[in-house]
Design a protein around this ligand. Sequence first.
Ligand code: NAP
Length: 287
Amino acid sequence: MITGKTKLLGVIGHPVSHSLSPVMHNAAIANLGVDFAYLPLPVKPEDLAVAIAGFAAIGLEGFNITIPHKQSIMPFLTEITPIAQAVGAVNTVWRTEQGWNGTNTDVIGFLAPLKPLDQPWTETDAVILGNGGAARAVVAGCAELGCRSIHVVGRDRAKLATFQQSWAHSAAAALLQTHEWHDLATLIPTAGLIVNTTPIGMYPQVDHSPVDVSLLERLQPGAIAYDLIYVPKPTLFLQQAAQQGAIAIDGLEMLVQQGAAALEIWLQQPAPVDVMRRSLQQYLNLT
Ligand code: NAP
């Protein structure tokens, strides 16, 4: 029940109506029996400053950030964790006496399904398809795993150069190379981990894949194919990679685990991960 004492959390974005965060966070809040509510908070880019001031005025406890505010939120924060600084984006903010603090839980989310695998990471070459916001969390994650090399594949040479440059002062710089798509033919046979961070194959374009099946045939058996997309589950890319003997990982667990990590910051107690996962599976009609 929402009462006069209920503490508020939320997600800001523009648009925010597609966000699944209210579903999983409110399911977790109900399960824990804590007096919180998690709201969708639509904020236009030009209204960000006034919205943040308003959140402080009403005592919002914290919030998630989705497109397009993940970078533009940063000047409003008093402290930003080193992982969020490395990624260059913030997806979770919490209130302190000194002001708003921010971090990025996408890296924790990305790593969660990989960490239990018995993979020799220091001998693993990672190939990342796409060079947008999610690719940044994936690069940071691959660096944390200790991958031998990280190859980011994109379609726009200027954006690739900017991407490469943005890591110049981080530990990932020595591992990172950027490529255009035609390089995939030489990258795939040695890839131990291939991650799709593009929206290619996402519902409703379910018969699209970022990698032609003739290239996927060159994948090593036992390689890990990871798609950040969670609808459909699995994507065509994951289905075809699994047919080549790859270990397939979809994006649902990343979504759940980044949310759980955020909730633990706000509530200072363990998140009910199973409840969060089940709420999304039910909402998305996934088995
Ligand atoms: P983004 O910042 O817009 O980046 C998308 C990237 O994909 C860009 O590099 C873009 O290239 C590339 N791309 C888009 N269409 C392409 C095409 N037809 N051919 C080649 N490249 C193409 O988006 P994002 O925030 O990184 O999100 C990317 C995907 O990850 C989405 O499907 C999103 O739902 C998913 N995601 C999942 C999670 C999770 O928790 N599971 C978290 C974050 C994101 P250009 O830059 O050249 O346009």
